[in-house]
Design a protein around this ligand. Structure first.
Ligand SMILES: [Zn+2]
Length: 356
């Protein structure tokens, strides 16, 4: 029997508002929890039928696959009415609010929905901001776009989901208190995004692929990236943090390089012979203050595929910043050993050796 729910008159319930970029599943779960109900019980209470779990894709579910609750038009109307939050507000805050493949209007549709793996990558938002906004420490999954991964106020970087030998790595954030250059780079990132919109995303994605290539193949003389990993990890297993927070570690160089790519179309890298010097190598080495980057051997052979940027026009970025979604199609978990991380072997205590 479906339960009926009380009106949202209670002060605590009224405080439940969607956070920007929150997943639908998280928002509905928070509403349910405020009633001390499970999500299914809460939906039943609103006469929303049990969401279907997409059978064709059930094999996609793993211990680390985030699933999303896609509500149909009828169910969305129910929740909007119940919470008193206009649908436009919900759609503005929740990137996947209207992602259900609706057939028919609200009046023709039986309220329901579907549960399936999320198409967008989600991360856990800044824990301090979450507490300030919700009054609870429970982590909240959000589809933060790349330029929102850093919280400058609390100096955190939201990491994606990682596993080590298939087991989730218990770190959702990198702390940036000792690496102010990453926070500064974030401000430059926001300026680029404001000015260039999707073109900035494009240039940054290309620059990030290059800096990640360099980080993984850097010569022993490269000191800055390993040092940043040590600072971020606060002395704890620097090589793990170098893999885990790799995007943060190369972020200042990524943003510097992206600015070069976006502002100077003449730096576009046209096809050259592999391993042959190119004027761009000199420019990049100087810009990133790394002499080893003068050497063509450190550049991927298909560099013309990495750099294919042609700037269009600056944009009015206000609308873009508020509406943009993260880039990427699948919320994949990344296995640290596939990033080249080999955990140190546990130390075995030697017992009394003969002759001692
Ligand atoms: Zn914060």
């Amino acid at each position: 029997m479906p339960r009926t729910l009380p009106d949202l008159t209670h002060k605590a319930l009224r405080r439940i508002r969607p956070l920007a970029f929150e997943t639908n599943a998280s928002f509905v779960e928070r509403l349910a929890r405020a009633h001390h109900l499970t999500t299914t019980e809460f939906l039943n209470g609103l006469r929303i039928y049990r969401p279907k779990i997409s059978p064709a894709r059930e094999h996609d579910y793993g211990p680390h696959t985030p699933t999303e609750l896609y509500l149909n038009v009828g169910a969305r109307a129910c929740i909007s009415q119940y919470t008193g939050i206009p649908e436009t507000h919900l759609a503005h805050a929740l990137p996947c609010w209207k992602e259900h493949r609706d057939r028919g209007s609200a009046s023709e549709t039986r309220p329901g929905g579907a549960i399936r793996p999320s198409d967008l990558p989600a991360v856990i938002g800044c824990p301090h901001c979450t507490v300030a906004r919700t009054g609870q420490a429970r982590p909240i999954l959000r589809y933060l776009p790349h330029h929102r991964l850093v919280c400058t106020r609390h100096r955190t970087w939201a990491l994606g989901p990682h596993t080590l030998h298939g087991v989730p790595v218990p770190h959702a954030h990198a702390l940036l208190h000792q690496t102010p250059e990453i926070v500064l780079a974030h401000n430059a990132h926001l300026r680029l995004t404001r000015r260039w919109g999707p073109d900035a995303d494009d240039a940054i994605a290309q620059a990030a692929r290059l800096t990640e290539h360099w980080r993984r193949h850097a010569p022993k003389t490269e000191q800055i990236w390993p040092a940043r990993a040590r600072l971020i990890g606060n002395g704890e297993d620097a090589s793990m943090w170098e893999a885990l927070a790799r995007e943060a570690i190369t972020y200042p160089e990524t943003i510097t390089l992206a600015r070069l790519l976006i502002r100077q179309p003449s730096t576009r890298y046209h096809r050259t012979q592999p391993d042959q010097p190119h004027p761009l190598h000199e420019v990049v080495a100087r810009l990133l203050n790394r002499r080893w980057l003068q050497n063509p051997v450190h550049y991927p052979q298909d560099l013309s595929h990495y750099i294919r940027y042609a700037p269009r026009h600056p944009i009015d970025g206000t609308a873009y910043r508020h509406h943009t979604k993260p880039i990427g199609h699948k919320a994949d978990t990344i296995e640290l050993t596939q990033l080249g991380y080999q955990p140190p072997r546990p130390r075995v205590k030697r017992h009394g050796t003969r002759g001692r």
